[in-house]
Design a protein around this ligand. Structure first.
Ligand SMILES: NC(=O)c1ccc[n+]([C@@H]2O[C@H](COP(=O)([O-])OP(=O)(O)OC[C@H]3O[C@@H](n4cnc5c(N)ncnc54)[C@H](O)[C@@H]3O)[C@@H](O)[C@H]2O)c1
Length: 324
């Protein structure tokens, strides 16, 4: 298996480390900054990803670059029938999302997207609880992502904090995982009413640092996300139906106020063989490539949260349809 990684920043370095743990050799790396490539001087390196794909013909490419580069890089790989694992978000615009979905249909390559929180044991446990609940359609929910991303963070990368290159702020970057979990657990909503604002970083970012959204029609839940807090709080998810309230906070789950014991979580967890996060996701992804089993977080699946985010940005306080 020939694997190549594009983008060797914060998350690209993590991909490299996980690949090493999984004993998967990386045959080529690509970044436009020499300082990033130097760390991997023993691996053939490129500054031009198209050239790398053409010359190396990898079996699989990891896309770990800024948001605006995901679509062109994923398209380049899929159009060459190469498997591709893309960091989130899959795309930042509707037109590029459509192009990716069309390419996915045509390609012999598998597309996977890093929504790695779906592999956390607590989330898998709650997913199984809801799926086995006859009255699952009675659940409503709320989620809160309250973090800190300051000026220094946004200045750390030219692409951050801009519509053109990041495609949004807290929602499309930090809170995407939690929003994806909400629709994964409760189902896809059809409409959203939302507002966004920049409370704390005026003059620093042009995107939102805070978003409030109410999703309805299909599933219904409220969502609050902000990067304007002084500290990073644990993400909180609450799911409720008459007689049952489930709370998730990182590795902690409670049902009707009682903490669920980890032995119970493990017992329920069908994918216990996988570690959590990126490692679990990559193990699953490479197993799918090798066995031909479909990978669950493909383009179609990752597109759901992108449509919700694009509609949230377009809502401007009005109830609008989430385009399917
Ligand atoms: N799944 C997660 O939990 C998670 C966590 C952090 C980041 N991410 C995602 O990973 C992606 C990268 O984020 P980051 O924090 O690592 O950013 P970063 O800025 O630290 O790294 C991006 C890297 O891409 C390189 N790059 C830019 N243009 C390139 C090009 N044309 N060709 C090759 N390389 C190029 C940059 O030089 C840099 O090294 C983003 O999509 C981000 O949302 C995901």
């Amino acid at each position: 298996m020939k694997v190549a990684v594009i983008g060797l920043g914060v998350i690209g370095t993590h991909h490299m480390n996980v690949l090493k743990k999984l004993n998967i050799d990386v045959c080529a790396v690509c970044d436009i900054e020499d300082s990033k490539l130097e760390k991997y001087h023993n691996i053939p390196h490129y500054v031009d990803y198209k050239r790398m794909i053409r010359e190396v013909k990898p079996d699989c490419v990891h896309v770990c670059t800024p948001h605006y580069l995901h679509a062109p890089m994923v398209l380049e790989a899929l159009n060459a029938d190469i498997n591709v694992l893309c960091e989130k978000p899959l795309a930042i615009r509707q037109e590029e999302l459509n192009m990716i979905l069309e390419a996915e249909e045509r390609s012999k390559g598998i597309l996977g997207v890093c929504h790695q929180n779906r592999y956390n044991k607590t989330n898998l446990y709650v997913k199984s609880l809801i799926e086995n609940d006859e009255n699952r359609d009675k659940f409503t929910g709320s989620a809160c992502v309250v973090w800190n991303r300051d000026e220094a963070y946004y200045r750390s990368g030219e692409w951050r904090g801009k519509w053109e290159t990041e495609g949004g702020g807290v929602l499309i970057n930090q809170a995407l995982h939690t929003l994806d979990l909400m629709q994964w657990l409760l189902g896809e909503p059809g409409q959203v009413t939302a507002t966004t604002a920049n409370f704390s970083l005026k003059g620093v970012i042009e995107v939102e640092d805070t978003a409030v959204a109410f999703f309805t029609d299909g599933s219904d839940f409220s969502f609050f996300a902000s990067n304007a807090s002084r500290d990073n709080m644990s993400v909180e998810i609450t799911l409720k139906k008459p007689g049952t309230e489930i709370k998730i906070m990182s590795d902690w789950v409670a049902v009707n106020g009682k903490t669920v014991n980890f032995d119970v979580i493990n017992e329920y967890n069908v994918k216990d063989c996988y570690g959590s996060g990126h490692q679990g996701l990559m193990e699953d992804f490479y197993d799918c490539i090798q066995t031909g089993r479909p990978f669950s977080i493909n383009g179609k699946e990752a597109a759901k949260v992108i449509r919700m985010i694009l509609a949230t940005y377009a809502s401007n306080g009005n109830k609008i349809d989430i385009k399917r």
